[in-house]
Design a protein around this ligand. Structure first.
Ligand code: ADP
Length: 212
């Protein structure tokens, strides 16, 4: 199908695009059980980075299924395709120079690896939200555990479908012991220490410092 397609080189490189944003593009991939705090922490980080003047984009599991992936169900094939498309979209956003945050349960190591393979070394940051099942279930923010326990939802991660723990995540956060502020501080330190963002915040950097 793609035999007659040739990759078109572009005059403006991804480095050109990110350099005017004073940031190093990357994908922060939040994975973990439902209720582990992926959306909450990804949203908090998105807001903090935005307020600091960085250019971000947040992809949230449920929202993507309302649009781009609304034709997909929850069969094995569709589940893999769901993650593949999210990976490809994230890749386009990082090519545009953005810091992308994705919050998806993504329970299977092979699916996460599929996305990791799309990115260069250091661009894919796996953030494992390692909140214990009993805390997630007690929170049950969407009432899904209750439904799963009652047999109204099948193949629910953590109940009757496995969650494969990441073996070498870049970061592990347990929101049963860490506050939102502590998670945020950990993530921001990581991004600064690894030069995804600068010590000085972006708004300041873009107005009083042109050395980037
Ligand atoms: P997920 O996206 O992983 O399904 P959510 O972020 O939607 O999880 O839900 C996590 C729930 O836990 C939210 O209702 C949030 O307010 C609550 N919560 C309590 N303490 C924390 C914490 N320290 N970090 C993140 N979420 C927390």
């Amino acid at each position: 199908m793609t035999n007659n397609l040739v990759w078109q080189d572009q005059h403006v490189s991804r480095e050109d695009r990110s350099s005017i944003k004073h940031q190093k593009p990357c994908l922060l991939w939040f994975t973990g059980l439902s209720g582990a705090g992926k959306s909450t922490i990804a949203n908090a980080l998105d807001l903090a980075l935005h307020n600091m003047g960085y250019h971000t984009f947040l992809l949230d599991g449920d929202n993507v299924r309302h649009g781009l992936n609304k034709d997909l169900g929850f069969s094995d094939t569709d589940r893999v395709e769901n993650i593949r498309r999210i990976g490809e979209v994230s890749k386009l956003f990082t090519d545009a120079g953005l810091i992308v945050l994705s919050a998806f349960i993504s329970p299977f190591a092979s699916d996460r690896q599929l996305v990791r393979n799309l990115f260069d070394q250091g661009e894919f940051i796996e953030v494992f939200m390692d909140t214990p099942l009993n805390t997630c279930e007690a929170r049950d923010p969407k009432g899904l555990y209750k439904k799963a326990r009652a047999g109204k939802i099948q193949h629910f991660t953590g109940i009757d479908s496995p969650y494969e723990r990441p073996e070498n995540p870049q970061m592990t956060l347990d929101t049963s012991t860490l506050t939102i502020e502590q998670c945020l501080a950990t993530l921001l330190s990581f991004l600064k220490e690894n030069h995804y963002i600068r010590e000085k915040h972006g708004k300041q950097a873009s107005t009083d410092d042109t050395s980037c």
